[in-house]
Design a protein around this ligand. Structure first.
Ligand code: GLN
Length: 535
């Protein structure tokens, strides 16, 4: 019998609900349970694909090509829940489905209403994931903060889950804030109020995760318990960890979070075993060596814009037993700089990430040039690879105006251009090359040595490609096309010859990296950066 855990948030946003929900998933998996994770985003966009990274951070891509909220990245890193179209629900999707059904006459003349039609649609979508043979627990994170107008239909659907399935199959975990005010006093009032806001919607939280700077004392937990009707043992401190977010599952387990969950849901299973996660934390604590990596990006003001890349670099660090210092370098600033060495002298490697639009591109091209000429390890991802190709075409092939048609449609040397099927497309949402596909690696290349196999599968999210017209010319000197699609048609990866580590990939390896199984390219890149640093 499958069970459901709804995770809601109170007081304010950005308290780390995604990491909290994912951490609960981690612990339950180590208890031998098969879990599924779902994120609900109450915005009207059908998916995150059309949104700027400044809105909600990076767009996370799943194997099946869903463009989702970055919390699915947390689920990917913390759990082994399969993730795809069905694990990301938005208001836009729900209303689109309801309106389509109405147009098809499926409601048989009824007035179509939020309750029951919209709430039914939400419930069906969740049940589709949860009611699958072998799934024990589905964790559903409801985005936003309780009290927001947008999330009300989702909370109402969640409330009906208890009504439909019974109290022993559905529980509510509520994440709130217990702020510390001047004088070091912790305040419980915001938590009391947000538990009340949930109650007004007919939902009594079963467990409270209290975000706080330090673990809460027993008397404070007792007070919160008294005012919120949540059992004292179910008031958990979600305190700031000093090491890494990967310690959070252990901090929850130590307070018995998973014991309470399985007790309330009547699940019989083995005890949790977080040794692998503790090992990650130990490596982090015990490594003194710090490797600075320069990330030459253009959405750097918001840390979450490059969330998966930053985390994958950290995983690469864990694999090499070093800590990573993220040095964020605004590519637009490089465009005015006389001397780039002031930006790059202190870094051990340069990563050029993905992105869209012309802003900051020339700065990225300069960074690729600096890395190539000075033999600094350089990793180009998606747009980053395209930039490496443009730089190479300008500097080595002598095409001064080499560019991508994305940035300079009139260029005479468009080494990066649109795929035929993309030309003339009007719609923006969901029209890129998306999701996982296979890449064939060329033997005797660095990337082949890294993956140790000929066929790999990675995720994509892009429109533009290396132009086939330039393939031979690109390979005629110091560049190798090291990976292609299976039909040899599209370039998937390139590398610089006569360089210690210069790899560009058209795909997004960051999306599949986990702290306990770092993605091989990141592991190898950090190893090369470590060698460079030693020199
Ligand atoms: N803008 C480029 C393209 O569409 C790169 C996309 C990306 O980096 N994700 O091909």
């Amino acid at each position: 019998m499958s069970r459901y855990i709804f995770v809601t948030g109170g007081v304010c946003s950005s308290l780390g609900k995604g990491v909290a929900a994912a951490s609960l998933g981690t612990i339950l998996e180590t208890r031998g349970l098969s879990i599924r994770m779902i994120k609900i985003d109450p915005y009207i966009n059908v998916d995150a694909g059309t949104m700027s990274p400044y809105q909600h951070g990076e767009v996370f891509v799943t194997d099946d090509g869903a463009e989702t909220d970055l919390d699915l990245g947390n689920y990917e890193r913390f759990t082994s829940s399969p993730l795809g179209q069905d694990n990301s629900i938005t208001t836009g999707q729900i209303y689109r489905n309801v309106i389509q059904k109405e147009r098809e006459g499926k409601y048989l003349g009824k007035t179509v209403q939020v309750i029951p039609h919209v709430t039914d649609e939400i419930k069906q979508k969740i049940l589709k994931t949860g009611e699958v043979q072998g799934v024990d627990v589905t964790i559903i994170e409801i985005g936003g903060t309780v009290g927001d107008i947008e999330s009300i239909p989702f909370l109402e659907a969640a409330r009906q889950f208890i009504h439909d399935l019974g109290k022993n199959r559905v529980i509510f975990v509520h994440l709130t804030l217990v702020p510390e005010v001047s004088g070091g006093e912790f305040k419980t009032k915001p938590t009391q109020h947000s538990a009340k806001a949930l109650l007004e919607l007919g939902i009594q939280p079963d467990i409270l995760l209290c975000r706080c700077s330090k673990p809460l004392k027993e008397d404070l937990k007792r007070k919160i318990s008294l005012f919120t009707n949540v059992e004292e043992e179910a008031v958990i401190s979600a305190y700031d960890v000093e090491t890494t977010i990967y310690e959070i599952p252990s901090t929850f387990a130590k307070q018995g979070l998973d014991e309470i969950v399985v007790k309330k849901l009547g699940i019989k299973c083995q005890k949790s075993d977080l040794r692998a996660w503790q090992e990650v934390v130990n490596i982090y604590i015990n490594t003194k060596q710090i490797i600075p990596i320069g990330i030459v990006g253009k959405y750097l003001e918001l840390h979450d814009s490059y969330k998966s890349i930053f985390e994958a670099l950290i995983h690469g660090g864990i694999a090499n037993k070093v800590r990573i210092k993220l040095v964020k370098i605004d590519s637009e600033k490089l465009e005015q700089a006389e001397d780039l060495s002031k930006y790059f002298d202190s870094v051990a490697g340069i990563l050029i990430p993905g992105g869209f639009g012309q802003r900051g591109i020339e700065g990225m091209i300069s960074a690729a040039n600096f890395a190539r000429v000075n033999k600094i390890p350089c990793f180009g991802i998606c747009l980053g690879m395209q930039v490496m190709v443009i730089e190479y075409a300008r500097s080595i092939l002598g095409y001064d105006d080499a560019n991508s048609t994305e940035f300079a449609p009139q260029s005479r040397h468009s080494v990066i251009c649109l795929l035929e099927e993309q030309i003339g497309l009007k719609a923006y949402g969901g029209t890129m090359r998306l999701g996982k596909s296979d890449t064939k690696l060329k033997k005797n290349t660095l990337i082949y040595k890294i993956y140790e196999k000929e066929m790999i599968t990675e995720r994509h999210r892009h429109r533009y490609e290396v132009s086939n017209r330039y393939k031979d010319e690109l390979e005629s000197k110091e560049l190798v096309i090291s990976g292609t699609t299976l039909d040899d048609d599209l370039v998937e990866s390139i590398e610089w010859q006569n360089h210690p580590w210069g790899i560009g990939v058209q795909f997004h390896p960051e999306f599949i990296s986990k702290p306990i199984s770092p993605q091989p390219l990141f592991k190898s890149f950090i190893s090369a950066c470590n060698n460079y640093e030693k020199k």
